[in-house]
Design a protein around this ligand. Structure first.
Ligand SMILES: CC(C)(COP(=O)(O)OP(=O)(O)OC[C@H]1O[C@@H](n2cnc3c(N)ncnc32)[C@H](O)[C@@H]1OP(=O)(O)O)[C@@H](O)C(=O)NCCC(=O)NCCS
Length: 172
């Protein structure tokens, strides 16, 4: 069921305690708070949170590169997963990259992370490479990519759907 009343906004320093709770709960090798602070200082990074009733329930970070954006982090509080929040965060990063005129989006994901891989495939990402032993615990990473702009191909797509070139995850 979609999570109602979610607002997406830029991440602030005051969010870092909640962000760190989610980060530690979500990843084997969590980013440090220092790392998130650097993201907030860095003009080549873009970080957003999903907020529900004043509580941070997820976040996403992209890094702006010359020709593309790189999805550097994405997580949703474990009690709020499978309600569309991860999709909304990802979409906001794609829209931001598109506004900046970037052509492509890429990311790395643990080969064992079936849930995240499913989400990315649903958004039209394709596996383009494998980095063996990429993580410090020895697990390999898949490289996944897609163009920022993906044309809607479904012939029955409604008018609004055709206009919204980024909302193609279920149509490709
Ligand atoms: C990956 C993650 C961000 C997804 O967030 P979410 O809010 O649950 O994602 P959504 O609800 O938008 O999922 C959209 C679709 O993606 C797919 N998907 C998401 N999580 C899935 C899972 N665990 N298993 C299978 N498919 C999944 C499904 O197709 C889902 O649609 P459905 O719920 O209608 O079946 C979340 O599981 C998470 O925080 N995981 C831990 C951190 C992590 O692994 N981040 C990614 C690092 S690369």
């Amino acid at each position: 069921m979609p999570d109602e009343g979610i607002a997406i906004r830029r991440m602030r320093y005051s969010d870092l305690q909640s962000v760190m709770e989610i980060e530690r709960d979500s990843f084997k090798m969590p980013w440090s708070e220092y790392c998130f602070s650097n993201v907030l200082k860095d003009s080549d990074s873009y970080a957003v949170v999903a907020e529900s009733d004043g509580t941070v329930v997820g976040y996403a970070v992209s890094v702006i590169c010359t020709d593309r954006i790189y999805i550097a982090n994405l997580a949703v509080r474990n009690t709020r997963r499978r309600r569309g929040i991860g999709s909304r965060l990802l979409k906001v990063l794609l829209e931001h990259g598109h506004k900046l005129g970037k052509g492509k989006v890429s990311l790395t994901v643990r080969v064992s992370n079936r849930g995240a891989i499913s989400l990315y495939e649903r958004f039209g990402f394709r596996i383009t490479g494998l980095r063996k032993g990429y993580y410090s615990d020895g697990e390999s990473a898949l490289i996944m990519e897609r163009p920022i702009f993906l044309e809607v191909t479904k012939p029955t797509a409604g008018k609004d759907e055709k206009k919204d070139h980024l909302r193609v995850s279920r149509s490709v």
